[in-house]
Design a protein around this ligand. Sequence first.
Ligand SMILES: [Zn+2]
Length: 483
Amino acid sequence: MIKNDIFENKLQGLHSLSSTAVDTKHIETFREYVLNFAANRSTGLNPYIFSEETGIPFRDVLSLFLFSVKADILNIAWNQVCPDCGGIHSNHDTINSIDRDSYFCFLCDSYANTALDEWIEVSFSLNRDMLTPVEKKISSNIWEYTEKYFSSCTIMSQKQLNTLENLTHGFTFIEPGETASMSFLPEADQRYMLFSFEINNYVYFDTTIKAQNSTPRIFDIEINSTQFNCSSPAMHAADTTFRLTNRSGQKVLVILSNYLHGRTELEPRFRPFLNGKTLLNSQLFRTLFRYDRISQNLSLTLRSLSILFSDIKDSTILFEKLGDVKAYELVNRHFEILMQCIDSRNGAVVKTIGDAVMATFNNPIDSLEASIDIIRAINKWQETIGDFGIKIGLNEGQSLAVNLNDTIDYFGQSVNIAARVQGLANANELWVTEPVLNNSKVNKKLIQMENNKEVQIKKHIAQLKGIIESQTVYQLNFIDVPE
Ligand SMILES: [Zn+2]
């Protein structure tokens, strides 16, 4: 349940923080949604589901949620989600602590990768200081109780819950410092597991032959903050008791079940979720959270990122012709046009290098649309100011998110290629690489524009500086059509 006075106070904070950026009506919808949500559900708030249920466009929902994090209404977490079961392997309050390479899900006995655009879910939860803690009632099926350890985007059916329940032999809650026992009769040639979501660890037990008349066994197991300490993980198929002592410093739930690996019944379905890439490509996120501490060692993969580079044509001539003050004004106005076009296509400016801009997008079509918007806006503006040209290059590919000068930047050959392709462009031209052009939405859009005589496309094979293999690139010239 929500503590109303605290919540209302924080909402006032949200109103003043987001005064121009978020519609007041949306905050009122958010207020009602949160009150209802807190009363009925315990899992995280998913911005896509919020958007679907309230009819507020996703872009506005993301702004609302990000400002709510600033207003201490919501907490943000970076979850490493297991693609096989939907379990949250671990959640982190910053991007820093995401494992660099892969992570292990003990339920599925499998590794998952940590690409920011795959199974890294950014989730939002209500800040605990405005909630009255409610102990969830435990039904006979312990897996219903454990839903908080699964991503809020996981859809687990009743059938799946029943399957899990049938594989479960027992469970026990243990307070810190206490000891609890769990007994059961195992079968021969089986693997069993004891696990705890709180410490995110497990121990397997393999049974050997069914020993007739073998004496009951007692296993003494100590649970610390990261693991189960148990000397002998092999056992006979005879009466077994686990004596579990909790030294983890927190209350833990220990579940005893059959080994789950390979259970196709576990395959959950997923609702859309906000992944790390989409969040990093939000201009608002970069602006609101830019001073958050980012680890110097940050290095996370993105399987696919759309990268834009732009530069002003002959800016030295511009400064020579107009003088520093006038030229500087024009350059700044051009930055404003770019920022606006990039933001409105859900991209973010990563950095500016002199007059050049590097921006990233979630997908090639957004980067293409933004580029067309920029060229059209600059063309229109040019009519009033005279000779001013912009050169744009786009590429799509794998890259590495790193910390550079306390902001998240991207490295990799895809980034280098994007910069080099930009270098091929003339004034108000867009050059794109093959991965961009081959994207089905980009292709469809360009064919349509070609048919309408809005664009001319020319193919080139280019040898880019510093790139060994020659690249197929496309020169796009946009023809202004009367509005
Ligand atoms: Zn799993």
